[in-house]
Design a protein around this ligand. Structure first.
Ligand code: ATP
Ligand code: MG
Length: 753
């Protein structure tokens, strides 16, 4: 099968071809086939996990093309991730051949960017505009804040950026933000800053992610001719994972679909898991209202999972109140019950999962068909370590590996520098993180001296802070930082290394930096830092730990190959695996306490949907586990199984647990509460005395070389000009400069004059 080309984008294609009924239709059940063949008018496929929604979308694209209703370039298909787009393109290509290349297929952001580039001038950008990443955005906000008066305790740059992004999620340009939202309770002019931010972006010929859709909306509403062009072009629009679209995306779609009204959205209200990022499950609920006469198709047969897996998932989600409700069945025969396992601690859990996976591997199962899905990013660490130890190849999907995450690298840089002051790379990484007024010029100066004198940057810094080479505030900060490091090194001998790590992160201001950060990622980063401290406690000393990590980092993943998939539940949306492990189903971990605190019952329901997403990823084998003891934040805690464990229907699960972990006869909620012997407090190590701060700074500097200059020499300094040396102390010179007055400088920064 292939689609004829070339053609004009907005011309109607030739009409149906005479080919026999294609295989993609016969491979569908009647409800699916209805959804694929109902090509005219709006259509919502509202159906549970694994019922073939994504398959329907793929088949529908093939059908549109194959039946001659549209050219590939007249079809717009939106997926949730780039990976999903690639998969869909591959499948459509397999069905209809290489002409699938012409499809407009991608994420909301990718498609919106593509459209925006073609009409950038209309909204004041050039076609080659830059798309800013999160770091750039933050830098921009910081620059804007320099002039503005903002309480940076209450409104750190990330919080401001967060507020701007939420407005963009809702499709609100600065003009559309209501007066009540414009200022916060204390009168801080957030809207003014939003306006300034947008102006600045235009000047820089740049857009952020939110702008791609926001400008798209402006483009379509202000320029009828542009909208008309896309109305002519896009005869068919299809959207996957519709339950997680936000308002801006919804409005963008609605504008595009106005003309032909051939909009097909598929989604599942029970899988809406991005409420915290502005997704509106309400978009699904109002579909019928916005598109009168819309067909609604429900799919009820789940093709993915065995009976017990589906039973467990359906039983769990039935505990949610705010749902449309649906029935699901599966004809997949056989299958074990869901194994629910209680283990002693996190380490035993990781060991057990590793063993189970090895056993599957021995039986010939592919590792790529196995997934370990965790609630929070920090939880991957324990599995990564275990898999590395036993040599099980794995990949982390949707984010970097634990030790490659930004906050972990920063924290590691601090620790490396405590252990080894000559580590220039570590020093450079953290010298101004958190910001302490040590700018690029200072770092350049340190570099220069380091290079010239063949000394480390720390050593260069300790020489320079005694001079005037570095300006006032930077000098004071650098001095303080050096003193901090001296003190921490002094404590290394007396404190427990994990405790010292915590002290370093706290006293350096690094922890506070993330605590004051109100971006959605910040809490996860703090969790990662706590997990790092817990990891350090597992080693005999700081050096042993650092050694371990450098070896771990060395073991980079081989390209491609058969690997276990490790990821968060959020990243697992839409995917499926033969075997799925869901570890850490404990109160305090899952449901995530933050979701409960911030959003109460609504938060709990979103957590339950997330659990439901996890359960429904499995085809054949599903393991849920929880540990009785967990080292959280370097504290051993005895934990209770998650309430979600208790919500899994008894008939679908096999509860396996160590003897003694449960009270007699109880199902899941009665731990005997014992803490691990001797480890009930600080990872079995640091005493309160150890945790006291040792105020003494140790003198660890190496002797300074003698200077070649003499008192009375006339010299030249790039910054201070000409002057005469009045005193020499090793490499440090006191100079009376002709213009700049008396200064102390390092000898390698002056030349004889
Ligand atoms: P999710 O809600 O998790 O995104 P989904 O509804 O998109 O799930 P799909 O991923 O499209 O479901 O389908 C789930 C699995 O069932 C896939 O492996 C798919 O190939 C298979 N499947 C779907 N429909 C059929 C069918 N009619 N016959 C056989 N297999 C099917
Ligand atoms: Mg899907």
């Amino acid at each position: 099968m292939s689609i004829p080309a070339p053609h004009a984008d907005d011309a109607a294609p030739a009409g149906p071809t005479d080919a026999p009924v294609p295989g993609y239709l016969s491979a569908l059940n009647p409800a699916q086939r209805l959804a694929v063949e109902a090509l005219d008018g709006p259509l919502l496929v509202l159906a549970g996990a694994g019922t073939g929604k994504t398959r329907v979308l793929t088949a529908r694209i093939a059908h549109i093309l194959f039946s001659g209703r549209a050219w590939p370039s007249q079809v717009l298909a939106v997926t949730f991730t780039n990976k999903a787009s690639r998969q869909m393109r591959e499948r459509v290509t397999a069905l209809i051949g290489p002409s699938a290349e012409g499809l407009w297929l991608g994420t909301f952001h990718a498609l919106a960017a593509r459209i925006l580039r073609r009409h950038a001038e209309r909204i004041g950008l050039k076609p080659n505009f830059t798309i800013l990443d999160a770091d750039d955005q933050l830098r921009l906000v910081k620059q804007l804040l320099e002039g503005a008066r903002f309480d940076d305790k209450k409104w750190p740059p990330r919080a401001i950026l967060g507020a701007i992004e939420r407005w963009k999620d809702r499709g609100l340009t600065p003009e559309k933000v209501s007066g009540t939202e414009a200022k916060d309770g204390d009168g801080a002019d957030l809207l003014g800053l939003y306006r300034a931010y947008q102006d600045r972006l235009l000047t820089l010929n740049a857009a952020d992610f939110g702008d791609l859709l926001l400008h798209g909306l402006t483009l379509f509403t202000r320029h009828e001719d542009v909208l008309a062009e896309y109305h002519r072009r896009f005869r068919y629009i299809l959207v996957d994972e519709y339950q997680d679209s936000n308002v801006a995306q919804y409005l963008w779609l609605r504008l595009l679909a106005q003309a032909h009204r051939n909009l097909c959205c598929v989604g599942d209200d029970d899988q809406s898991i991005y409420g915290w990022r502005g997704a509106e499950v309400g978009n699904i609920l109002r579909f019928e209202k916005d598109f009168p006469g819309a067909k609604i198709v429900r799919l009820e047969e789940n093709y993915r999972s065995t009976r017990h897996i589906l039973g467990a998932a359906s039983g769990l989600i039935a505990h949610n109140c705010g749902r449309l409700g649906k029935t699901l069945f599966t004809s997949v025969e056989g299958g074990e019950k869901v194994q629910v396992r209680g283990l002693w601690d996190g380490e035993e859990e990781a060991r057990w999962i590793g063993e189970e996976i090895e056993a599957l591997q021995r039986k010939g199962h592919a590792l790529s068909e196995v997934a370990v899905l965790v609630r929070a990013g920090f939880q991957t660490r324990e599995f990564e370590e275990r898999f590395m130890t036993i040599g099980l190849p794995y990949r982390v999907i949707g984010g970097p590996r634990f030790y490659e995450r930004q906050e972990i690298r920063d924290a590691m840089a601090y620790l490396r520098l405590v252990a080894q002051p000559d580590d220039d790379l570590a020093f450079e990484r953290i010298v101004n993180v958190p910001r302490r007024g040590i700018g690029a010029a200072t770092v350049q100066t340190l570099h220069r001296l380091g290079r010239d004198a063949r000394i480390s940057m720390v050593e260069a810094a300790s020489r320079l802070v005694a001079t005037d080479e570095i300006k006032g505030p930077a000098r004071a900060s650098l001095k303080r930082l050096l003193a901090d490091f001296d003190r921490w090194r002094g404590q290394l001998a007396q404190s427990h290394h994990a405790e010292l790590a915590r002290i370093v992160l706290d006293e350096s201001g690094y922890t506070a930096m993330w605590q004051n950060d109100r971006s959605p990622e910040a809490p996860g980063r703090l969790e990662n830092l706590k997990e790092l401290v817990a990891a350090i406690a597992e080693f005999d000393g700081l050096t042993a730990f650092l050694e371990h990590v450098s070896l771990v980092m060395e073991a980079v993943e081989g390209a491609g190959g058969d690997m276990v998939n490790v990821m968060t539940l959020h990243s697992a949306k839409g995917l499926e695996f033969d075997t799925v492990f869901l570890p850490g189903w404990e109160e305090g971990l899952f449901p995530h306490p933050r979701a409960l605190e911030e959003k109460g019952e609504g938060g709990l329901e979103e957590e339950r949907r997330l659990a439901h997403v996890g359960l429904t990823r499995a085809r054949e084998r599903l393991f849920v586990s929880f540990a009785a003891n967990r080292r959280i934040h370097n504290l051993w805690q005895s934990s209770l199984p998650s309430r979600f464990v208790g919500e899994l229907p008894a008939e679908n699960i096999d509860l396996v647990s160590r003897p003694g972990l449960f009270g007699a006869g109880s199902r899941a909620n009665a731990w005997d509460g014992r803490a691990r012997p001797g480890q009930s407090t600080y990872g079995g190590a640091a005493s309160p005395r150890d945790r006291m701060i040792d105020g003494r700074a140790r003198e660890v500097r190496s002797p300074r070389p003698a200077s070649a200059f003499r008192v009375g020499d006339r010299v030249f300094h790039v910054k201070f000009g000409y002057g005469r040396i009045v005193a020499v102390d090793a490499d440090r010179l006191d100079i009376d400069f002709e213009k700049a007055g008396g200064k102390t400088v390092i000898d390698s920064f002056v030349t004889p004059a």
